[in-house]
Design a protein around this ligand. Structure first.
Ligand code: SOE
Length: 397
């Protein structure tokens, strides 16, 4: 850590270097900037450097997002002595190489999801993280939705026994940003870059959330993947979520929709659905868990609410209760606004930064760990194999 002068009341710095500066890079930048302004942190994140290959663009991004300096390669960022933590916000095909190099250089790592494009890569990353942890180096995978207060509250209620024995999990992640067949190709539609399509991009989130909320793991799956539009215009220039079509066409090499049945370690059944073709659904993460005593239901498009049915109440008046998760005692909420003054998408990234900084300062292992990310990767791989072979697949432990 870059230690600040020992002035009383001044926390030492945690110097951050970020690789990538598109959508996720912007969300992470906002989090590093805002976290110390609303939360008491034992270390003060400093936005030291951002890396990207195009010098003009990375400089413009640094100026826009608030980074102090730039590098034109991730290698030169990692070589810097003044970087304590490397924040990886690049497409999945680059994660393993960057992350392993950063860990070997003794840098803490935050890696965007899905952790890798293959199980082999995720295993190598996990081995590197476990080795680095022996020298106090910390690592975390960016499954940010865990840090939505209503989701964290759902986990707390399940752990407190409020829904009883788990029977079912029902999870959907629905978007529609490529429903138009003229929407251009982007790296998220390229298997070499993204690993898979809806499955890894958004299905990974609901796998993580289902396991996080219930405290159980997915042990078996039976799935089906499909590609709905298999050829699209090439992008004109920018290839992100809102890219414009250029000339010529190219192949879509990933799934557009993924569905699977699952069994959880405690015996409960799960149904999962991830698609970027659900017309009208913009970022709907819907998750419902049903247990012997009650049920919980959440939808990210109304993310400050958690619905709770308490089956132990009198049947005549029982019903789904709409909990506004904006009270001081709710997870993370105390740092924000008075009750009823809601928060948004970006706040989960801030909460992620806060938890990571606190773990680094305390010398504790952050969650989700790389081992957690690897387990999600194994579920993704099992769904693909299941779809290819028409079979149930076990998830190795
Ligand atoms: C695109 O589908 C995407 O940006 C995902 O990659 C993110 O993980 C999700 O938070 C929002 O949608």
């Amino acid at each position: 850590m870059t230690t600040a002068p020992d002035a009383p009341g001044v926390e030492p710095d945690l110097s951050v270097g970020m690789v990538g500066y598109a959508f996720m890079g912007a969300a992470h930048s906002q989090a590093w900037r805002t976290a110390p302004r609303f939360f008491d942190l034992p270390l003060r994140p400093r936005m030291t450097a951002v890396a990207g290959r195009d010098e003009a663009r990375v400089k413009a991004a640094a100026a826009r997002l608030g980074w102090d300096s730039t590098e034109t390669s991730w290698q030169s960022l990692i070589e810097r002595d003044d970087i304590d933590l490397v924040d990886v916000c690049t497409p999945g095909d680059t994660h393993a190489e960057i992350v392993i190099a950063a860990l070997e250089a003794g840098k803490h790592v935050l890696c965007e999801k899905p952790m890798a494009n293959t199980v082999d890569e995720a295993e190598a990353m996990t081995r590197a993280a476990e080795k680095a942890a022996l020298s106090g180096v910390r690592s975390m995978v960016g499954f940010t939705y865990r840090r939505v207060p209503a989701i964290a509250l759902a986990r707390r209620l399940v752990a407190d026994g409020r829904i009883g024995t788990l029977h079912h999990v029902r999870a959907q992640y629905l978007q529609d940003w490529i429903v138009d067949p003229e929407a251009p190709l982007s790296w998220r539609l390229d298997k070499d870059k993204a690993g898979s399509g809806a499955l890894g991009d958004i299905g990974a989130h609901i796998i993580d959330l289902a396991q996080f909320i219930t405290g159980e793991s997915i042990s078996r799956v039976s799935g089906r993947l499909c590609t709905i539009v298999d050829e699209r215009p090439l992008p004109s220039e920018h290839s992100g979520l809102s890219g414009k079509a250029g000339t010529g066409t190219g192949k879509v090499t990933v799934d557009d929709a993924a569905m699977f049945l699952a069994e959880l370690t405690g015996g409960a059944l799960g149904v999962f659905e991830a698609t970027r073709f659900a017309n009208g659904r913009k970022n709907a993460i819907r998750i419902e868990v049903n247990g012997s005593r009650g049920s919980l239901a959440f939808d990210f498009e109304d993310m400050n609410l958690l619905h709770f049915f308490d089956g132990t109440e009198d049947a005549g008046t029982a019903g789904f209760r709409r909990i506004m998760v904006t009270e001081e005692q709710h997870p993370y909420v105390g740092a924000w606004w008075p009750p009823g003054h809601i928060i948004g998408y970006e706040h989960s990234f801030i909460h992620q930064a806060v938890d990571l900084v606190r773990d680094i300062a305390a010398g504790t292992d952050p969650t989700p760990s790389f081992a957690d990310g690897l387990q999600v990767q194994r579920v993704l791989a099992a769904v693909e194999t299941s779809s290819d072979t028409d079979s149930w697949q076990e998830i190795p432990t």
